[in-house]
Write a protein that binds this ligand. Sequence first.
Ligand SMILES: Nc1ncnc2c1ncn2[C@@H]1O[C@H](COP(=O)(O)OP(=O)(O)OP(=O)(O)O)[C@@H](O)[C@H]1O
Ligand SMILES: [Mg+2]
Length: 253
Amino acid sequence: MSSVLSVDGVTKTFGGLVAVDSLSLTVEPGEALGILGPNGAGKTALINMVSGFYRPTAGTIRLFDREITDLSLHQIGRLGIARTFQNIRLFRRMTVLENVMTANPRYTRKPLRAFFGFGGRRHDIDEAMALVEFMGLADRADRIAGSLPYGDARRLEMARALATGPRLLLLDEPGAGMNEEETERLIADIHKCRERLAAIVLIEHDMTMIRKIADRVVAMNYGRKMAEGRPTEVLSHPEVKRAYLGTTEGELV
Ligand SMILES: Nc1ncnc2c1ncn2[C@@H]1O[C@H](COP(=O)(O)OP(=O)(O)OP(=O)(O)O)[C@@H](O)[C@H]1O
Ligand SMILES: [Mg+2]
């Protein structure tokens, strides 16, 4: 069976700065791939390329057997890649339900409907509501997104990503800024989302999340892969420890 995602020798430069440096990795069917690495390692730049926000300077990217390297953001979205952002992106003045409805590509293809308000077909509303419920936000469906607490905003962003019907979901530090209790709930939410996806890529600094979600981990530094393997192997890798802790002593927690 072909990989869900294949990144092959991908490089991204900004002027003289090499953000991602001939990186190769795959994500296999059913897998949750964790990506970690210190600030500036190139993690976000990598998923910006996979999701079509940046065009690679070199290398190829495939989704299943289809090359997507030079496709647009919207083409890549239609082929089944969705993502969330390091800094949550929502329509802050719309309600929770409206946020999910507008994420559905059927809406963006029918701008007139958006123009005349959200009196869309019952089916579209039901579908969006089912996702709102799936993410545990049913009692907040009519709330303005900008007023949601952080954890709920993250869940809403994930519901918006799922509304595009993706096969691959890319999560960029979803646990950032969460306390232990919120993190536990987020972990459960991510596991639940996996039922609907062929695979998931999780960028995280939170090692608990990496341990509890990732089947395999790629550690990056300076745009390159510095280690790859099972979470326990990668988290005890001397280079990874040095990059995070400045020393090979101690444990990454
Ligand atoms: N649009 C851009 N223009 C110029 N430089 C960029 C751009 N995007 C990223 N970079 C640079 O590329 C490098 C990698 O950035 P990236 O955001 O991918 O890091 P990261 O691993 O996601 O870090 P963090 O953990 O802090 O989110 C950094 O040096 C960053 O400043
Ligand atoms: Mg980042």
